[in-house]
Ligand binder design. Structure first.
Ligand SMILES: Cc1cc2nc3c(=O)[nH]c(=O)nc-3n(C[C@H](O)[C@H](O)[C@H](O)COP(=O)(O)O)c2cc1C
Length: 326
């Protein structure tokens, strides 16, 4: 891990260089609190809250539950990180931003667009602002806009994914950006986490692994499906969102669709009614057709966050031993 000034303010509160990734309909108060208590940065998309008022409530609850926390060694909880969708389709952006400014979060990650419009107010309120990017061009733009850190969405990531090979992407961005880098995609265990650091990243996301924890808001059948699936069960398709998204093939089949014969790009609109078939046959929504990354191969059972982080920490130590690192 290369210490950078930006992360120095909370590095000693982390047990691992890890962020529990923000996930639509998955990351809620319980997951964030459990991650932060385990020394992992706990994040959630603000749109998981029904309203700005609920966002205010969530942030208050999380803060109340973490402020007295210290682990066995006396370490306070890891930072909470809000994820702000900055795309123009997010009608709540301005309202959610105001709530965040009020709560002064330590870290914010922007998604689906340039961080430029929200950078200054968030930084003035004391937040580190990271931007997620899926191409070298977008990484250059976010760096030029002044983002404190970059999240590199790489091939195989859960949700709306990147497509670049992580080895290439990290090294290419490291050539022009010396702030903190976060690798997103393919981090299934502590060995992969160690590899992300060797590449030049300061932190990494784990998304899919955290879906399969007791504390995530995901449906129990979703968690079980993750445990039963491997990377071969991941389908890269634009059919559901119009953007490249990694989806779980068994969930597509369970929804009555053929993963090998899906309607054209964006025809199935997640979050809204499916655009095919008779109206009475349209129960398939985002809640029924599920996303996961290649890292699903690392999910073998549903665990508590405590157990998941403890296992990842053991793997991370073993990886160092194997590499003869101190
Ligand atoms: C179900 C699901 C929902 C997601 N929702 C969001 C989101 O709301 N905002 C965001 O920035 N990323 C979202 N992502 C992407 C994750 O933050 C992260 O990039 C990805 O899970 C990393 O890959 P991994 O799952 O293999 O660890 C989502 C991913 C999944 C699987």
């Amino acid at each position: 891990m290369q210490p950078t000034d930006a992360l120095a303010r909370f590095r000693d509160r982390l047990s691992l260089p890890l962020i529990a990734a923000p996930m639509f309909l998955v990351s809620g108060v319980e997951l964030v609190v459990a991650a932060c208590r385990n020394g992992v940065i706990g994040s959630f998309p603000t749109v998981n809250c029904r309203s700005p008022e609920q966002l205010d409530q969530w942030l208050t609850d999380i803060d109340d539950r973490l402020k007295e926390h210290s682990d066995a060694s006396g370490k306070p909880a890891a930072p909470v990180c809000a994820n702000l969708i900055v795309h123009r389709s997010n009608a709540r952006l301005e309202q959610d931003l105001q709530v965040l400014l009020h709560h002064r979060p330590e870290m914010v990650i922007t998604s689906v667009g340039s961080p430029a419009p929200v950078l200054k107010p968030l930084r003035d309120a004391g937040a580190l602002v990271f931007a997620d990017v899926a191409s070298i061009r977008h990484a250059e733009r976010a760096a030029a806009a002044g983002a404190d850190g970059l999240v590199l969405l790489t091939a195989g990531a859960g949700g709306q994914t990147g497509w670049l090979n992580p080895f290439v992407f990290v090294r290419a961005v490291r050539a022009f950006f010396d702030g903190p880098l976060v690798l997103a995609g393919g981090i299934a265990d502590g060995h992969a986490l160690r590899a992300a650091e060797a590449l030049g990243c300061d932190l990494a996301y784990m998304g899919t692994k955290f879906i399969a924890t007791w504390e995530s808001m995901a449906d129990a059948r979703y968690k079980e499906m993750l445990a039963a699936s491997s990377a071969d069960d991941i389908l890269l398709t634009k059919a559901f969102t119009g953007l490249l998204t990694n989806m779980l093939r068994p969930s597509i089949e369970a929804a009555g669709l053929d993963p090998d014969d899906l309607p054209e790009r964006g025809a199935i609109d997640i979050g809204k009614d499916i655009d095919i078939g008779a109206r009475e046959n349209r129960p398939k929504r985002w809640k029924d057709v599920w996303s996961a990354g290649h890292s699903v191969s690392g999910v073998t059972e549903v665990l508590s966050v405590d157990e998941m982080v403890a296992r990842t920490a053991a793997e991370y130590r073993n990886a160092a031993t194997r590499l003869r690192l101190s």
